[in-house]
Design a protein around this ligand. Sequence first.
Ligand SMILES: [Zn+2]
Length: 384
Amino acid sequence: MRTITAAKLWDGTTLLDNPVITIDDGHIASIAARASGEPDGEHHFPAATLAPAFFDVHIHGSAGHDVMEATPEALGAIGRFLASRGTGSFLATTVTAPLDMTLRALDGLASLIDHPGSIPSNGPTTKPIGIHLEGPFLSHAKCGVQPKEHLLAPDISTFDKLYEAAGGHARLMTLAPELPGAIELAAHATARGVRVSVGHSDATAAETRAALAAGAVSATHTFNAMRALDHHEPGILGTVLTTESLFAELICDGIHTDPAIVDLWWHAKGSERGILITDAMSAAGMPDGEYRLGGFAVQVANGRAMARGVLAGSVLTLDCALANFTRFTGAPLEQSLRLLTVNPAAMTGFANQAGSLQAGQPANLVAVDAQGKLVASFHNGEPA
Ligand SMILES: [Zn+2]
């Protein structure tokens, strides 16, 4: 039995003063307020708040590896790094690649999700709980760094091939609503349980609203790879910012979006619908140099990942995203924490596995200070 005490605890809903968590066999045995005179826990954080571990719905890699390698070794290296940075769950995110390469990667990822024990874990290791398909059904005009030659027109039979290869683990798909066939595909994917996220798109407001009516529930890295805001044709961005029910991702590294734009997004989406993501690629957690994203080379210098003159993913971690967000907006911690825990879990339908702290769950939690900086991370009850 291990105990953790801190100044406060936020379980996903409420704040508790002077908490004590007991951990048994990697799981949370109890959460309570400390009785007066009760000693400090084995791990004690007198100035920090305990909170659920973070959930990243958009991450391509870290620690020198890309999820599309889809090997136990690659996912083990990524998972050890993520656990150390407070991320307790993630969706392994593919980039657009030749279809046969994507199908192979999905097949490998599906078997690793089905058999998490096959991922080597010498130490706390975060394992993927689902897959995010970023492409191939994206706009040529707003593809960012996604290779144009492998983009495909939305097509139900191609989607079904991807869905089958992913063994039912595809939980999220980024889709450009303006492409021919996109609305039918949004409805089809939604019916199969794959959440649709609008993005990499040059859509008008009407095209975006049609995708939302067909079931789309979120937006992929709001502002990035999206038609810019126009006051006569609000487009996808205007629709994302003003549709109250829609979740919306943001890359909060101060590079993909200016701090003033982060504040605008916060005012628009708020603590119920905002989702902080990393969009991290293999260079996250590594020194500057040349790395891979899916099938192409990316140069990383001074925190900027570039390929062919375009931003190519990030080297962000969610703990830094939280600290940046707190600095840029001044939002209170119990609101900003929702953006990395409760909201991504609700959007993807994983609220039973991630995003909250409850007795009986695996003890995946963080301690963060008042500035949103990570103080400690625990994965399955072990300090990571
Ligand atoms: Zn991405």
